[in-house]
Design a protein around this ligand. Structure first.
Ligand code: IFM
Length: 456
């Protein structure tokens, strides 16, 4: 099972999840510093204060990536390192860190994929309302320009946002993530302002000469319980409507404005019943519909739904009040997420048909398992099986005609898994949080061989 010659193999991380060094070199406070330090928000009171200490160990981590043969590394920039208060003068030591990282990657022959926003909003901006405040979208574009000014001579691949659905609906809707708002209307507003920030930043970077622009979404095929194991199962009319509505709220809410310049009717309906529509200004959709080159897909498991009646409204899902959320009948990872590899090919084929004007990249895929270190080794056969199953589906999607350009495993390292703290390990490299020692798991060595032969 060989992949196209120019297929890109790599791994991904995010700033707050791995860097640590939260008070160093002029970094300001982010919403995740505030949130993780507040009791009850994160499992066991874990914080990103130290994380994997990547800020100090990045050279060793790049050497590790090289030893695994990675061709690409997707990482994010911590906005509060660049502008400690989210606006105004840049903090040169913060930019210098990423500049050194980029140089180290290029020296190792690894292509950097930079994400500008993976959720660590400067707390000073949250103090003005965070993403519910329209001005933050404009501040984001200024920040993007500052980062581009430093790295644009060496970085070709730019992502504006990672998973705006999660940032908006878990951050501002059900409050499971920072900043912990619990209002459906705040989530709808934030989603729009994130998109506006995406459009403003994408246009700014394009004008400055950025070669490749990407928006990364958490997406999933939306299926009825019967469709999970039988793709040909025909849903009832009510179930089909539930499926379409959740697909609109999860995926089309972001990709339709970005790529078609319009919101799905289901999203407008949800917004109008949760805070109203006055945050959508004339001209916004034209800005959001900025030309981009790729969409990044983060896939973990399918979304399983059927028609209600009467589930209690979850503020993470405004507009879903009469829909039942279920789960796929399949083995699960340590997160409790069902393992459904062919969900990935179903998703990729559909997105390639719905948005044919852009290429696709799997920017995250991977699994948490309860790994154990035995005599210096981690025999994570369950993760190897997970990755292999999903890569087969990536290959299947390419064979079915999807313009799929690469695959990035989540994650290079075990790291701070947000509200789950350090108890969930997604890395292909084990991190001992006492000593910070890195040990490549069997999955890392297997992945190195996959990359080496460009296939399975
Ligand atoms: O760890 C996260 C990542 O930050 C965003 N996508 C999902 C991963 C696993 O939950």
């Amino acid at each position: 099972m060989i992949f196209p010659d120019d297929f890109v193999w790599g791994a991904a991380t995010a700033s707050y999840q791995i860097e640590g060094a939260v008070k160093e070199d002029g970094r300001g406070q982010s919403i995740w510093d505030t949130f993780s330090h507040a009791p009850g928000n994160v499992f066991d009171g874990d914080t990103g204060d130290v994380a994997c200490d990547h800020y100090h160990r990045y050279r060793d981590d790049v050497a590790l990536m090289r030893s695994l043969g990675l061709q690409a590394y997707r990482f994010s920039i911590a906005w509060p390192r660049i502008q400690p208060d989210g606006r105004g003068p840049v903090n040169p030591p913060g930019l210098d860190f990423y500049s050194r990282l980029v140089d180290a990657l290029l020296e190792a022959g690894i292509t950097p994929y930079v994400t500008l926003y993976h959720w660590d909003l400067p707390q000073a901006l949250e103090d003005t309302g965070g993403w519910t405040n329209r001005d933050v979208a404009y501040a984001f574009a200024d920040y993007a320009e500052a980062v581009y000014g430093k790295l644009g001579d060496r970085v070709d691949h730019w992502t504006t946002l990672n998973e705006p659905w999660v940032a908006a609906f878990l951050g501002y809707g059900n409050g499971v993530h920072a900043p912990g708002h619990r209002r459906a209307g705040d989530a709808m507003r934030s989603a729009h302002h994130l998109l506006l920030g995406h459009g403003l930043a994408a246009r700014r970077l394009r004008d400055l000469g950025a070669k490749s622009l990407m928006l990364v979404v958490n997406s999933a095929p939306v299926l009825t319980p019967a469709q999970v194991n039988d793709p040909s199962a025909v849903p009832s009319e009510a179930d089909a409507e539930a499926v379409d509505r959740i697909h609109a709220l999860l995926t089309r809410q972001f990709l339709d404005p970005a790529l078609h310049g319009s919101y799905p009717a289901e999203v407008l309906d949800a917004a109008s019943r949760n805070g109203g529509l006055d945050h959508i200004h004339p001209g916004d959709l034209e800005i959001i519909n900025a030309p981009i080159d790729q969409i990044g897909i983060n896939y973990y498991n399918p979304c399983v739904v059927s028609a209600g009646p009467g589930t209690p409204a979850d503020a993470a899902w405004p507009g879903s009040e009469d829909i039942l959320f279920g789960t796929a009948d399949a083995p699960t990872t340590a997160m409790g997420w069902p393992i459904v590899p062919d969900g990935l090919s179903r998703l990729l084929v559909r997105l390639s048909q719905d948005y044919p004007q852009v290429g696709l990249m799997v920017t995250e895929n991977g699994a948490a398992f309860d790994d154990v270190v035995e005599n210096g080794h981690v025999h994570d056969h369950d993760r190897v099986a997970y990755l292999e199953g999903h890569l087969r589906e990536v290959h299947r999607a390419i064979s079915a005609g999807a313009d799929l350009r690469g695959y990035l495993v989540w994650s290079l390292l075990d790291n701070f898994e947000w509200a789950e703290g350090y108890r969930r390990r997604f890395g292909i490299v084990h991190v001992d949080y006492g000593t910070l020692e890195r040990v490549p798991k069997d999955s890392a060595l297997w992945y190195r061989d996959v990359i080496g032969r460009n296939g399975l």
